[in-house]
Design a protein around this ligand. Structure first.
Ligand code: PLP
Length: 243
């Protein structure tokens, strides 16, 4: 059997999925009165092979998101020859912050000051500042990731003062199967939190919201980064890795 990279049919499928997705994003953005330039597609590549990522990069994708450090580090090393930007989007434990600070351009999933402080202390002063989003928990979910909305502004205030960190905005991840109207409401709530912070002088420019199943509602509510895995790469290859 041919590997994914050698199989021209698989490569054509990825190319076609990307084209269709980009077209759908552009048309949704236009319907919402937004410019497509305001919306970045982050390719969520957990469970995808290095060959697959190389294919995706060959199609022009530059921003890649990974959830698991042990999986991400070898992939980042293997693709060092390409000008890719790596985003850490998974749960982040204290003992992993040094490697994340050293290997990623963005972290989307900060929900505690302690994690942000460690990333700040561990970021190489010669590297560009680490772009950071605070994950907010808008709906009850099993994973319990994210800061409660009430605690969001105090956390923003604390993180914004850290060296070598550039606080970019807010992130959320809705549970699978959230009804459309609830999705829309939750995304609007994240946008509102961001506006409140902007009103207090914090220069936030990023709303990291929207995944394969809910990105149109996120675009309608002002998302600037769509984190899309399945709708781009198809079902994940690695068993046991879901979302
Ligand atoms: C896996 C994951 C995604 C992408 O999910 P899809 O449903 O495959 O698009 C986005 N964000 C986070 C935080 C994830 O863990």
């Amino acid at each position: 059997m041919l590997s994914t990279a050698q199989n021209p049919r698989n490569a054509a499928v990825l190319s076609e999925r990307l084209r269709a997705l980009q077209e759908a994003i552009a048309s949704t953005a236009m319907q919402c009165g937004r410019s497509v330039d305001q919306v970045t597609l982050l390719a969520v590549s957990k469970g995808q092979s290095v060959d697959r990522l190389r294919e995706a990069a060959g199609l022009g994708l530059v921003q890649f998101g990974e959830n698991y450090l042990a999986e991400a580090l070898p992939k980042i090393a293997a693709l060092k020859d390409l000008p890719l930007q790596w985003h850490f989007i998974g749960r982040l434990q204290s003992n992993k912050t040094a490697a994340v600070a050293a290997n990623f351009a963005w972290v989307h999933s900060v929900d505690r000051l302690k994690i942000a402080e460690r990333l700040s202390a561990q970021r190489d002063p010669d590297a560009p500042d680490l772009n950071l989003c605070i994950q907010v928990k808008l709906l009850p979910d099993e994973e319990k990731a994210g800061v409660d909305p009430e605690a969001c502004l105090p956390l923003i205030r604390a993180v914004a003062g850290l060296e070598r960190i550039k606080l970019r905005g807010l992130m959320c991840m809705l549970p699978l199967g959230t009804p459309l109207a609830t999705q829309r409401h939750a995304f609007a709530q994240l946008r509102e939190l961001s506006h409140q912070a902007q009103g207090q002088g914090f220069a936030l420019d990023t709303l990291s919201m929207g995944m394969s199943d809910d990105w149109p509602q996120a675009v309608a509510e002002g998302s600037t980064i769509l984190r899309v895995g399945g709708a781009l790469f198809g079902p994940r290859a690695t068993p046991g890795i879901t979302r």
